[in-house]
Design a protein around this ligand. Structure first.
Ligand SMILES: *Cc1c(COP(=O)(O)O)cnc(C)c1O
Length: 372
């Protein structure tokens, strides 16, 4: 029996059928280039850490990280769980609250892909209730699933659209599902629109769960550190199944350091700079002859629609500038997503866009001369 055959014979049927999450780095594996495809921040100061006590197991929940994050988020340390990225928070919520082959989660596409991937990997069903045409929650349709789903994922602001979700709708869901489901608000991009956070409300809503990360505004995607904010009874269930030492000691040391007041101030400056570059990017895109629609962005990325999606994507790709084609997502036909990188990266992007127009112009005039 070949290794393919034995694996195909033994693997869980649902895993055989599922497709793996298409992360930006799995899709495009060239190592040099201008990475504007994964909503990372462009560059961080090099951090160093003293590697000591590596003979010992690290803390189950590193106290300094928990305390610093609680202070930053304005919640109590008892309401903070640290994990290997927000992605692990998603997985732990599904594993601890949804039973395989029995329970369902609910998502509102187009949205972040990991909710469905984690559910499927756990044998949990995914109910999809698409966002409205205005990219808002379809509260009425979602409410019809009362009693049929245990965890509702709301990405706010939403990835990949970049749009805000009305807080009032989240409050309505919390109320409608107060005895039936957890409402998980994924705030991976909250630093780019901080007034939208639901963090002040976890004390009043036992079914409210918030996901946070150091991967975006904190520019530490490589660290793999994320947070779940919730009532301590929710976190207690997640702690039953989390790995005994989810964060390595160097990661914990670096994360605690990233969350000191001085480094939080640096993060705020980075956010201000990114938002300014986003305005310039929006202005540039608005003036393009091929632009059809640009979604209002509350994040560090911009989603835009263009008939030239494929040719622009390919052109940029050949120039070593990687953005993301979202055309395979429902309702996002011909939509591209560009992350707002650092000054240098954005200049490269602007120049390449101008070049793309030039090449197109030349092709149009060539076509014209052929006809004669
Ligand atoms: C990037 C992202 C995450 C993952 O965060 P990690 O902490 O890097 O695992 C979660 N949710 C959304 C919406 C994201 O865009």
């Amino acid at each position: 029996m070949s290794s393919t055959d034995i694996v195909q014979k033994l693997v869980r049927k649902d895993i055989r059928q599922m497709s793996a999450y298409q992360s930006a780095s799995r899709e495009q594996t060239i190592s040099s280039g201008c990475w504007l495809n994964a909503n990372e921040a462009g560059g961080n100061e090099s951090l160093t850490v003293l590697l000591e006590h590596l003979n010992r197991y690290p803390d189950f929940q590193p106290q300094q990280v928990v305390e610093n994050y609680a202070r930053y988020a304005g919640v109590k340390p008892a309401n903070v769980l640290v994990s290997r990225g927000a992605d692990e928070g998603i997985e732990l919520l599904i594993r601890s609250f949804c039973q395989a082959q029995h329970d369902s989660i609910l998502i509102c596409p187009p949205t972040y892909g990991m909710y469905r991937v984690s559910a499927t990997a756990q044998g949990v069903n995914t109910i999809s209730v698409p966002l409205t045409q205005e990219y808002q929650l379809d509260v009425e349709s979602i409410s019809t699933y009362k009693g049929q789903c245990k965890v509702i994922f709301v990405c706010a602001p939403n990835n990949p659209t970049g749009t805000k979700i009305k807080q009032q709708d989240i409050f309505t869901l919390l109320e409608v599902f107060k005895e039936d489901a957890l409402v998980v608000v994924d705030e991976a991009y909250i630093e780019f629109c901080s007034a939208q956070t639901m963090a002040p409300f976890i004390a009043q809503h036992p079914n409210l769960v918030i996901l946070r990360t150091l991967s975006k505004a904190f520019a530490l995607a490589g660290l793999r550190c994320g947070f779940t904010l919730a009532h301590n009874n929710v976190l207690a269930m997640m702690k039953k199944i989390i790995a005994p030492y989810p964060l390595s000691q160097p990661v914990a040391t670096l994360a605690a350091n990233a969350l000191t007041p001085a480094n939080i101030a640096i993060m705020h400056t980075r956010v201000t700079d990114i938002l300014a570059r986003k305005q310039r990017t929006l202005a540039l895109l608005k003036n393009q002859p091929w632009i059809e629609h640009i979604l209002p962005s509350a994040t560090n990325f911009v989603l835009f629609k263009t008939k030239k999606a494929k040719s622009l994507f390919d052109f940029l790709n050949r120039k070593g500038i990687l953005i993301r084609n979202q055309s395979s997502q429902p309702t996002l036909d011909n939509c591209l997503r560009v992350s707002i990188g650092n000054e240098d990266e954005m200049k490269k992007f602007y120049c390449a866009v101008e070049e793309f127009n030039q090449v197109n112009l030349n092709q149009v005039s060539l076509l014209g001369s052929n006809k004669q």
